[in-house]
Design a protein around this ligand. Structure first.
Ligand SMILES: *Cc1c(COP(=O)(O)O)cnc(C)c1O
Length: 427
């Protein structure tokens, strides 16, 4: 671990990997599936988790391990597990505490892929999900709890609705009901928000977005806040012997790391959604400039949002950093330094005008991605959210005319000029 007193900007660069005398200055890519030992007995101790070390890269790899340590430091967690994608992170994070017959509660304002996972695939696995409005009152959230509820789930800033979750409200209800509060913190990144500081217990990310930042490596991560009591009787899989891991009791053997150790040695072992060392190396490069990029993404996005708001061809603009946003105050509370680089807006004339506008952009490209260095646009209703019906679209905060724009770190004047010429094409 780097010096715990370092500021987060320093942790982006120095966190995770601390070379010793004569070792490579830069985190090396350990492109090896396996590790050599002098005795079987030593390998046995590794399997028993009584000694630290690597034995097979599906479970752990030194390059991936360094990145996990860095991200845990950035989020203020006690450990992390990197996965091959954000989807894999969300899936493993849930399956680590839910079995068939269990139930979770989720804010409806979440990523479209997560909505599919929750409402279709988890359902097939026998896990029921109740979707609630992110603006539900405490009483309404309380009413959604059942005896078999195992988790409360939300996104800090929902993709693409840009709804800011009231983290403390959710954390309070989760705590009251003895279940963890799990937060997808992909959009703000730990630079702008650290949900564990507001009571979250588990944080997940798609690292494919700002953390990588260059659109080169898919990835995800689960961060354990180490601040939940898994011994409260609701999570026997963590507090009673795991027969698949020679009777280990995670809460006894691993203390406050029970959750993240189980996710690794049980679920990563069995599902194998492991990131490659090469992708972990690329993710680490991205993390080294995360603090600089996020700052520029946010300042560019604010300028673009303010410009769009004044433009007569624009019907509405949604950006939590805008004073006109109904989430402005909440965003200031949870993200005082900025929110994210993604904005959404409607072009007057609805769906057709939106499509004409997008097709006329030259600098901004139409891509199914957000949060990399290049400015991009997407029409969620016809792409990422096309599986949702109109009712689900409204619930997820996605109107049919919504254009999602991910503001890059180019010169903001060039981004605005591009928007200007494209809007002129919209009659
Ligand atoms: C992209 C995204 C995901 C899924 O991540 P992948 O890396 O694409 O699998 C999950 N949550 C949010 C908020 C996302 O933006």
């Amino acid at each position: 671990m780097s010096n715990p007193n370092y500021h987060i900007n320093t942790k982006c660069i120095q966190g995770g990997y601390q070379p010793e005398n004569g070792q490579p200055r830069v985190l090396p890519i350990y492109q090896s599936t396996t590790y050599k030992y002098d005795s079987s007995e030593h390998v046995g101790r590794l399997f028993d988790l009584v000694e630290d070390g690597f034995f097979y890269s599906r479970i752990a790899n030194p390059t991936v391990d360094a990145v996990e340590r860095k991200i845990a430091e950035l989020e203020g967690g006690i450990g992390a597990l990197c996965t091959s994608s954000g989807q894999a992170a969300v899936l493993l994070a849930i399956l680590n505490i839910c079995n068939a017959g269990d139930h979770i509660i989720s804010s409806a304002a979440i990523y479209g892929g997560t909505t599919n996972l929750f409402t279709v695939t988890l359902k097939k696995l026998g896990i029921e999900v109740t979707m609630i409005s992110p603006e539900s009152s405490e009483d309404e959230i309380q009413a959604a709890f059942q005896d078999n509820t195992k988790c409360l789930y939300a996104e800090t800033i929902a993709n693409p609705a840009l709804i800011v979750a009231d983290l403390e409200k959710f954390a309070k209800l989760a705590k009251k009901n003895g279940v963890p509060f799990m937060v997808d913190n992909t959009f703000p990144t730990p630079i702008n928000c650290r949900p564990i500081e507001f009571g979250a217990n588990i944080v997940v990310h798609s690292t494919s977005k700002y953390m990588d930042g260059h659109a080169v490596a898919l990835g995800g991560v689960i961060v354990d806040g180490g601040n939940f009591d898994w011994n409260n009787g609701k999570f026997p899989e963590l507090s009673t012997p795991d027969e698949s891991y020679h009777g280990m009791i995670y809460t006894e053997s691993c203390g406050n790391k029970a959750y993240i150790v189980k996710a690794r040695v049980q679920l990563m072992r069995d599902f194998g959604s492991t990131p490659s060392p090469n992708n972990a190396f690329l993710l680490n490069l991205g993390l080294e400039t995360l603090h600089l990029r996020v700052e520029r993404h946010c300042s560019n996005a604010l300028k673009v949002a303010e410009w769009l708001e004044k433009n007569e061809k624009i019907a509405w603009v949604n950006y939590p950093g805008l004073m006109s946003s109904k989430y402005y105050e909440r965003a200031k509370k949870y993200m005082p330094n900025g929110t994210c680089g993604v904005i959404s807006f409607g072009v007057k004339g609805g769906r057709d005008a939106a499509v004409k506008f997008m097709d006329s952009l030259k600098l901004a490209a139409i891509v199914v991605h957000v949060a990399d260095a290049r400015t991009s646009v997407l029409h969620p209703a016809s792409t990422t959210h096309r599986q949702l019906n109109d009712e689900q679209l409204v619930e997820a905060g996605v109107s049919p005319d919504l254009v999602r724009m991910s503001i890059g770190i180019e010169d903001v004047n060039d981004i605005i000029s591009d928007l200007e010429q494209a809007l002129e094409e919209v009659k």
